[in-house]
Design a protein around this ligand. Structure first.
Ligand code: FAD
Ligand code: NAD
Length: 467
């Protein structure tokens, strides 16, 4: 039997950040992870998907140049060796997960590779593998137990993963590219990876239950992405559900909201209909924690309903984003060390890494209205931004939302090429309580996409200069 002050189950961005910060604060910390540290994010999520997306964009750019490029660049028949692309992506993953392992070691975190099983709120067993009959290697007693077990892709019961039906994890490591791919779910993963596969030359179809793609975002923001989707030749099946594969496994059976049924011949199907918190298979039931639907219920300090049992990241609900998990992990470590902290961010920015990208931070005009805040909002289009023109990326805009009475900024949204990098400025302005005048009065470097941020603020004040 070993013992520690803080025991963390799960070494994803939530768990590993909590472990590093706790160790920095002198807390004796043990982290149990069954796979490589880094979790979904570093191994099969954020990082590998962005690598594949980048490679696909580069390849597609070259394909475009082989036609009549207005930039005057001519390229003859570019080809992609997908095995090398995957190896390059795996190299990045290896560098980052290796880096996290080194940081954990340097800070003195005791990392145990194995499957954690909860005995009670202060005792955890480690087995060699998941499953009730797996050999127990070790028992650990702790003062604080932090649950950071993340999430798993939702499986459609009538179309389980296997054979031609894949999850994002398999889609990130193709041995060969399929001729055609149907993507079920036009949310984050469906759009990010669906567009990447299309840019790699695969015939992609998107099947979405709602009547538009990316239904979580407001319609104006999605419009430029929808234009890009159509330009790529991706076929859209909206207000449509899937019934399963046909008997031969060669076509996907579809049903529209009007009840019309059809078959879509396809080589592979990626199911991306959401992720669910990982709350089973490790004895969590024994704690009888209060749940919020299918996720662990936590308060604004990430405390669960049991004293000294904490939960962070995807297992504690939406938004299931890596930076939220990290922020919660850091906070919990600091609270355990005695600091006063609460999780009340002014904004948790979200980026959809399509091309064009979408970024949102704080409230949209509709959300502000629903919250009863009287707001003004203004947008500035990239078609009037010099830097966007020089990047041959004029589509999209930046929008600001601010209180009408005192001009306090409550939200930012943008869509366009490379706008994910604006998320830092957006969130800083919200956390620092900036007003329209603060952003309008800040000198933004020329030429840059950021000038559209300043111009949106100027426009909200009624005196934009470049439109
Ligand atoms: P996870 O990263 O899921 O880590 C949980 C860890 O716990 C896992 O490593 C698991 O092996 C381990 N574990 C679970 N149970 C046990 C047990 N009993 N014993 C031992 N170990 C256990 N988010 C973004 O913010 N930006 C993005 O661009 C982005 N892109 C994504 C792309 C894809 C394809 C996917 C699938 C997700 C993406 N996400 C993105 C979401 C992001 O990956 C998650 O929000 C984030 O990883 C959650 O972190 P976490 O620490 O809560 O859990
Ligand atoms: P999602 O919630 O983003 O999208 C799922 C989509 O599937 C929705 O549009 C939904 O209407 C649709 N859908 C659900 N059931 C369906 C069905 N039976 N048939 C057709 N359509 C159906 O989920 P996701 O794309 O799987 O991503 C999971 C989570 O991972 C995200 O919510 C996000 O938290 C995280 N993620 C984040 C990023 C990022 O930050 N850039 C990228 C990828 C994933």
């Amino acid at each position: 039997m070993q013992s520690c002050t803080l025991l963390i189950i799960g070494g994803g961005p939530g768990g590993y950040v909590a472990a590093i910060r706790a160790a920095q604060l002198g807390i004796s910390t043990t982290l149990i992870e069954s796979e490589n540290v880094g979790g979904t994010c570093l191994n099969v999520g954020c990082i590998p998907s962005k690598a594949l997306i980048h490679a696909a964009q580069e390849f597609h750019k070259l394909t475009g140049y082989s036609a009549d490029s207005p930039l005057g660049i001519q390229v003859q028949s570019p080809r992609i060796d997908i095995a090398r692309t995957v190896a390059w992506k795996d190299g990045i993953v290896g560098r980052l997960t290796g880096g996290v392992a080194a940081l954990l070691k340097k800070n003195g975190v005791h990392v145990i590779k194995g499957w954690a099983r909860i005995i009670d709120g202060k005792t955890v067993e480690v087995a060699a593998a998941p499953g009730d009959d797996a050999d127990v290697v070790l028992r650990i007693a702790c003062e604080h137990l932090l649950l950071a077990t993340g999430s798993q892709p939702v499986e459609l019961p009538f179309m389980p993963f296997g054979g031609p039906v894949i999850s994002s994890t398999q889609a990130l490591s193709p041995a060969v590219l399929p001729q055609s791919l149907a993507v079920v779910g036009a949310g984050y993963i469906g759009l990010e990876l669906g567009m990447a596969y299309s840019r790699l030359g695969v015939q992609v179809s998107l099947i979405e239950a709602q009547d538009r793609i990316l239904p979580a975002y407001d319609a104006d923001l999605v419009k430029p992405v929808q234009t890009a989707v159509r330009k790529l030749g991706i076929s859209l099946h909206l207000s449509c559900s899937v019934l399963g594969m046909n008997e031969k496994g060669s076509a996907l059976r579809l049903k529209t909201s009007q009840g019309d049924e059809s078959e879509l011949p396809v080589e592979q199907v990626m199911v991306a209909v959401g992720r669910r918190a990982r709350v089973t298979g490790f004895g969590l039931e024994s704690l009888m924690l209060d749940m919020d639907g299918t996720v662990i219920q936590v308060d604004d300090q990430c405390r669960t309903s049991m004293r000294n049992v904490w939960a962070i990241g995807d297992v504690a609900g939406e938004p299931m984003l890596a930076h939220r998990a990290m922020a919660q992990g850091e906070m919990v470590a600091e609270i355990i060390s005695g600091k006063q902290r609460r999780f009340v961010p002014a904004s948790i920015p979200a980026v959809c890494f399509t091309d064009p990208e979408i970024v949102v931070s704080g409230l949209s005009p509709d959300e502000a209205k629903r919250a009863g805040i009287d707001c003004i909002s203004a947008s500035f289009p990239f078609s009037a931004n010099g830097r966007a023109m020089t990047l041959d990326a004029n589509d999209g805009f930046v929008r600001v939302v601010a209180r009408r009475d005192n001009h306090l900024i409550v939200g930012w949204q943008a869509v366009g090429s490379g706008v994910s990098e604006l998320s830092a400025a957006f969130s800083q302005s919200l956390e620092m309580g900036a007003r329209l005048e603060d952003v309008a009065g800040t000198i933004h470097a020329h030429p840059s996409l950021g000038e559209a941020v300043q111009e949106a603020a100027l426009r909200a004040l009624g005196h934009a200069l470049h439109i």
